[in-house]
Every structure is written in C-alpha cells, then in structure tokens.
Design a binder for this molecule. Structure first.
Ligand code: ZN
Length: 226
C-alpha cells in the first residue's frame, strides 16, 4: 500500500507542547489527525482540552485507552495517593534525579500505539512534543530514545515511519515564540499544564512554574491566564 507522505498524526495530550506540535503540523501537512491516550491520568481535563483543541483546529481526534500504565502505579501522575513533588521538593544529593511524575515507558507505549494507528490511517509521519530541554529529564523524551524507537517502528511495522520532534532542542520560551511565528498563540488558552489539575492553574507546581517562566522569557502573555 502506498503511504501518504502528506499527512501527519500528532500525539496530542492537551498540554502546551503537543498543541505547538499540532500547529506545527497544520502549517506543513495537508491532512492532520490527532491521537490522545487515556492512561488513568489524574486529570481528565487534559483529555477534554485535547478534544477541544482538535475541534477548534478541525482535525480528527482519536482517544485510546491505556489503563495498564496506571495499573502498574508508582508515580504521581496516575496515583491519586502520591503527591506531586513541587520545585521545593527537588531531590537532594543521593536521591534519585527523576521526579515522581515520571511514568516509566509512557512515551514508548504511546508512540508505538500511535504508529499502529497511523498505519491504519495511511500515515507515516508522527509528531510528538517530547523535548530534551525539559527540566524533568525524562529518559523517554530524549532524541536518542526517539531515534531508536523510530528504527524499531520501521522494522516492526515495516513502514517508513518518521518521528518528528520539533521541540526537541528548544526551550519553553523558544517553543512559545515558535507558536507565535505560526500565528496560533491563542490556542494556548485551551491547553492544560498544571500537575494539580487546577483551572485557572495553581501557579506553584513544577509544570505551572515552568510554563510561567517560558511565557515570561518569551515576552508573551499566556492566554490561559490573561
Ligand atoms: Zn499547577
């Protein structure tokens, strides 16, 4: 089957970075579709945001359930009884460097499922907002991981997949400026970032702090707050 190289599937979490990826893809591809994962995250508001964003951009949106990640437990994004670490709780010497918001294997699972769905939709271009400059240092967000996964998907599904990571080496401020250059800053009003699931955002969790810092450095008002 001839694969359509003019179409892209965006992994859309409903957060800031994946929304930039959606805008990035809309500027480049004739056909853009989106996929979101319901993995038992504490805050279903993320999925509501993803659906709203897809609707606003008039693109197809598919939600896939991945309950096994929360079944495994052990992290603050899916365990309701595990508190999210704040910036003040940053690990001191001798403690593990990874924050407890790390969900082991999450992006590996998501990208594999995205590729499986993309194949059915005649799409080989996958777009994800993973980023090495994210302070969290999640190992499944790194360039080396995505390159290895791309090779595994090409071999395992026998299709010429390309994983696009437009945010990989830019910081939050640069990514916000990228959104401005795409003329889509207003879409940020419909994104969700807060680890504590609050709207308006709590302003104190690591995700809120990082978001506010990015907008401040970019010199752009966050339409979610303003
Ligand atoms: Zn917050």
């Amino acid at each position: 089957m001839a694969k359509n190289t003019d179409a892209a599937l965006v992994v859309l979490s409903g957060g800031q970075d994946s929304t930039i990826c959606l805008a990035w893809a809309l500027a480049r591809y004739n056909r853009v579709e989106t996929i979101s994962f319901d993995y038992g995250q504490r805050h279903k508001i993320e999925l509501d945001c993803a659906a709203r964003l897809a609707d606003l951009c008039n693109v197809a949106h598919r939600v896939v359930a991945v309950s096994s990640l929360s079944d495994l437990g052990g992290n603050a994004l899916t365990d309701s009884d595990t508190a999210v670490e704040t910036m003040k709780d940053k690990p001191s010497e001798g403690e593990p460097a990874l924050p407890n918001t790390f969900v082991p294997g999450r992006n590996l699972v998501f990208m594999t499922l995205a590729a499986a769905y993309a194949w059915q939709r005649d799409i080989t271009d996958l777009v994800t907002g993973v980023c090495e400059t994210d302070f969290s240092g999640y190992p499944d967000c790194r360039e080396a991981t995505m390159k290895a996964l791309q090779a595994a998907l090409r071999a395992g599904i026998d299709a010429p997949f390309t994983i696009h990571t437009p945010l990989m080496f830019i910081d939050k401020a640069e990514s916000i400026r990228l959104m401005q250059s795409l003329g889509q800053v207003e879409l940020f009003a419909h994104t969700h970032t807060c680890y504590n699931g609050q709207r308006p955002p709590c302003g104190t969790c690591p995700a809120c702090v990082l978001r506010a810092k990015g907008f401040a450095e970019a010199g752009i008002d966050d339409p979610l707050i303003s």
